[in-house]
Design a protein around this ligand. Sequence first.
Ligand code: GH3
Ligand code: MG
Length: 330
Amino acid sequence: MTAQAPFTGPTAGILDAPLVPAKVVIVDDMLPNALLAAAVVERLDGVEVEVFEDAPEALARCRAAPPDLVLLDYVMPGLDGIAFARALRDGLDGEFVPIIMVTGESRSGTLAEAMAAGATDFLRKPWDETELEARARNMLSLRRSYLELRQKTQALHVLATTDPLTGILNRRAFSEAATAEVDRVRRYGRPASLLMMDIDFFKRINDGWGHAAGDAVLRTFADHCRKHLRDTDHLGRLGGEEFAVLLPETDAAGALVLAERLRADLAAVRVTPDDGPPIAMTVSIGVAEAGAAETLDGVLRRADAALYAAKQAGRDRVLLADARAADGVA
Ligand code: GH3
Ligand code: MG
């Protein structure tokens, strides 16, 4: 099984990703031209320039690691500026990388053609140094605004889908992911199972050791589950001390094995808050395999009933839901 990455903060690694140095790629089959332009662009603060004489090689580089700006010659043998711009735009999956098309071509329509192919700006040869510098600065600032906006959008997405205490999916994000999997069961006949998990006598932990210790137990519980699950499994906190896992491509037998392993290993875990003795916990788990025509609500209801039965039977145990209910049999 592949362990999922531990939670280190809701937006860690997104908002603090560095935006400098800015990478500028210059593509021109005439090396002296490219070097002249490089000398000008390198004057800008925090800029690193890479020069390419070979357009296909430059395109491969830009697709593998999108730069922050491309200065592109219009007329080149093999792959010209228009074809390059088009191929780059199509290969970036919506990512915005500004392109300044550089050309001595004075034919009318060249500008419109370059823009239609994906160029953001345009510079006529022979170019003026201050004009090149100003256009490069503008395009880099546009790219920076784009990257900042993208980071903030990604961070907002994480905040909207993550439970802040544990870092796993919140109820809404879990429901969305689980609904998609249950739909796959109906459409393609693939198996999927659901675990409903509830920590036993959690109220006693809160009452005995305080809310902060209770929170530490919840975090440890989520980390423990994360470690036992695959990247393709969906783990969510439905609220309080109730958690759920949707296991794609897993039938009831497989889900029972996993649930039993989670339960048994968790009973051996100890949470050690700063100023208290180690705290042990147990969990009760209800397991249900999605029926061929069932909705997520139906699977959740059956798994919940099995969880309730596990609590009634003494807690710290795994019970399988009644499969007949999934077929509409009362
Ligand atoms: P059972 O074995 O039947 O599940 O008993 P229980 O005590 O675990 O269940 P009960 O539903 O009675 O208590 C759940 C408690 O969880 C009550 C509530 O105050 C607490 N709780 C809910 N959300 C949080 C949270 O985010 N942090 C902490 N520390 N406690 C929480
Ligand atoms: Mg409980």
